[in-house]
Design a protein around this ligand. Structure first.
Ligand SMILES: Cc1cc2nc3c(=O)[nH]c(=O)nc-3n(C[C@H](O)[C@H](O)[C@H](O)COP(=O)(O)OP(=O)(O)OC[C@H]3O[C@@H](n4cnc5c(N)ncnc54)[C@H](O)[C@@H]3O)c2cc1C
Ligand code: FES
Length: 288
């Protein structure tokens, strides 16, 4: 009989750390940003698009992207939509309350590996959350491009979050294009879906770059990423220059349980950011 003389080491990623909520911002009706700090110890470093498992005591854990800038060192922000039991408990945590955090983990946007002169960052809905830190790095000139376009769509004007940041990015030289599925009385911009803004179809309202010299980061609902990538491919962006984020149910966040598998990819280990040349064949959406 084998005697167990020592226990295997436990990955720190499997141990929840208590974090205190130090601020809570209402971004739109059901979307809130929680600013959190560890109850003990330092904030860990992270790269844009990395995620953590956020835990609400007695309810469970959900994967949530870090949405603050990498240069913000006094808290981490997580922008959460009240979508089900866990996110409901998280957004209802009051300032001063405590949640748990395991992370950050995952593959970030490959922003320091880009070899094109132009970059387009494309967000749909709450998909803007894991893009915000990447846009900030470009706008703050940590990485330089001849042209940088930010394209973002949401269901209605009031669903377009981070409006202060978008205004700042626009006045700092980013070519910003916005679109909504349905406008309201005050909306003067285009109405439609995100891919409508790519290429010359939307005129001055859209992004028209030198597509053969462009890298693209896309995050949003699967259907929006699918059709945005298809549009970019048609415009001449090579598939290996297109990066998307993958979102599937996560449990362990540590490549142990298999819940987040998509084709050959274990998203918590190999993603959430994935190259379209690799993942495109597995990233199918149903025909409409
Ligand atoms: C890499 C990654 C990053 C993420 N980043 C964020 C983020 O920044 N902010 C954020 O708010 N969320 C984010 N999510 C999503 C979040 O982790 C999930 O929505 C999580 O399931 C919420 O848990 P819940 O208990 O609150 O809701 P759940 O009960 O899990 O429900 C969440 C939503 O999914 C729907 N749903 C549940 N089960 C099914 C099913 N079987 N079939 C179809 N639909 C179903 C529900 O109707 C609801 O709309 C991220 C997920 C991943 C994988
Ligand atoms: S969440 Fe368990 S393997 Fe990815």
């Amino acid at each position: 009989m084998t005697t167990l003389t020592s226990t295997p080491p436990i990955s720190p990623l499997l141990v929840p750390r208590p974090y205190q909520v130090v601020d809570k911002i209402e971004e739109s009706g059901d979307i809130f940003s929680l600013h959190v700090v560890p109850v003990e110890g330092e904030l860990p470093e992270f790269r844009p698009a990395q995620v953590s498992m956020l835990g609400a005591f007695g309810v469970g854990e959900a994967a949530i992207s870090i949405s603050s800038a990498t240069t913000t060192t006094d808290f981490h922000a997580y922008t959460v939509r009240d979508a089900g039991p866990i996110t409901h408990a998280l957004v209802n945590t009051e300032v001063g309350g405590v949640i748990t955090v395991r992370g950050p983990f995952g593959r970030p946007w490959p922003i320091n590996e880009i070899d094109t002169n132009q970059l387009v960052i494309i967000g749909g809905g709450l998909g803007i959350a894991p893009l915000r830190a990447a846009v900030d790095e470009v706008v703050d000139h940590l990485y330089r491009f001849d042209r940088f376009a930010f394209v973002y769509g949401a269901k209605t004007p009031s669903d377009l979050v981070y409006s202060d940041d978008i205004e700042r990015w626009n006045s700092s030289g980013a070519e910003v294009s916005l679109i909504v599925d349905a406008g309201d009385g005050d909306w003067t911009g285009p109405v439609g879906v995100v891919p409508d803004l790519l290429g010359g179809d939307a005129g001055d309202h859209g992004a028209n770059l030198d597509w053969s010299d462009t890298t693209a980061f896309i995050c949003g609902p699967d259907i929006m990423m699918h059709f945005s990538a298809a549009k970019l491919l048609g415009l001449g962006v090579p598939s290996h220059k297109i990066w998307i984020t993958l979102e599937r149910n996560m449990q362990c966040g540590n490549a142990l349980c298999g819940h987040c598998q998509l084709g050959p990819v274990i998203i918590c280990r190999d993603g959430p950011v994935a190259n379209y040349a690799d993942i495109g064949p597995f990233h199918q959406v149903r025909d409409l």
